[in-house]
Design a protein around this ligand. Structure first.
Ligand code: G3P
Length: 218
C-alpha cells in the first residue's frame, strides 16, 4: 500500500521523504493556499516534485473542462511526477478523459459514492480519492465507501487505484489497509501518529534502563 503525505509544506515533505516514510504527495487548493505567501504556486509544485520520489497530485481550479485541460497540461509539464487532480464533476470527468488520452496521470477527487468512483474509472482516472473523514463528519460511513469501491473495482477488473483521502486518525488508516485501498494520503500529524505506540516507548525505556544498570558502553 502506498502512503502519500497530504500537505504542500515542502519542509514536512522533505522530512517524511528523507525518512523513507512516504511514496508521494497530494495537495489541494486549500493546502496550497496555506503556503501561498507571495510565491508562485508553480515553484511550490516544482519544489514538492523535487523533494519526493513519487507521484505529486496538483489540483486544477478551473470549473470548465477546457480550462481544466489547459491548467492540467501546464501542471503536467512542470515535472514527470505530477498527477493532475480533477474534481468529480461532469467537466472534471471530460477533462480526465482528455488528459488520460494525452498520457497524463490523473487523480479524481471529492468522491463520495461508489457510482461516482465507477464513472471516474470509466473516464480513465489513474487514482480515485474517496473522502472518508468528510463523510463521517456528516454522519455517513467513510469506511463503507472504501469497501464498496474496492468491491466494485474488483468485480469489474478496474485498475484505477483507490486513494483513501480525508484520513483523520490512525484507525482510518488501519481500516483502509485491511479493506485493501491501494494508497492512503495522510496529513503529517496522522503519519507520525502511525509510528507511535505506548508499548514501544515503554519497552524502549525498560531496555535502556536495564542496559544502563550494567555501566557498560557499546
Ligand atoms: O486532499 C484531500 C483530503 O485528504 C482532504 O482532507 O481533512 O480536508 O477532509 P480533509
Amino acid at each position: 500500500m502506498k502512503i502519500f503525505l497530504d500537505t504542500a509544506e515542502v519542509s514536512e515533505i522533505r522530512r517524511a521523504a528523507d525518512a523513507g516514510l512516504i511514496d508521494g504527495v497530494t495537495t489541494n487548493p486549500s493546502l496550497m493556499a496555506k503556503v501561498a505567501g507571495d510565491g508562485d504556486p508553480q515553484d511550490t509544485f516544482m519544489a514538492i516534485c523535487d523533494a519526493v520520489d513519487g507521484p505529486v497530485s496538483a489540483e486544477v481550479v478551473a470549473l470548465d473542462a477546457e480550462g481544466m485541460v489547459e491548467e492540467g497540461t501546464r501542471l503536467a509539464a512542470l515535472a514527470d511526477n505530477i498527477v493532475v487532480k480533477l474534481p468529480l464533476t461532469e467537466d472534471g470527468l471530460r477533462a480526465c478523459r482528455a488528459l488520460t488520452s494525452k498520457g497524463v496521470k490523473t487523480n479524481v477527487t471529492l468522491c463520495f459514492s461508489a457510482p461516482q468512483a465507477l464513472l471516474a474509472a470509466k473516464a480513465g482516472a489513474t487514482y480515485i480519492s474517496p473522502f472518508i473523514g468528510r463523510l463521517d463528519d456528516i454522519g455517513g460511513e467513510g469506511m463503507e465507501l472504501i469497501a464498496q469501491i474496492r468491491q466494485v473495482y474488483d468485480n469489474y477488473g478496474i485498475d484505477t487505484q483507490i486513494l483513501a483521502a480525508s484520513i483523520r486518525h490512525p484507525l482510518h488508516m488501519v481500516e483502509s489497509m485491511t479493506i485493501g485501498a491501494d494508497c492512503a494520503t495522510l496529513p503529517p500529524k496522522v503519519l507520525y501518529q502511525l509510528l507511535k505506540h505506548p508499548l514501544t516507548d515503554k519497552g524502549l525505556e525498560a531496555f535502556l534502563a536495564d542496559w544502563k544498570s550494567t555501566g557498560k558502553e557499546l
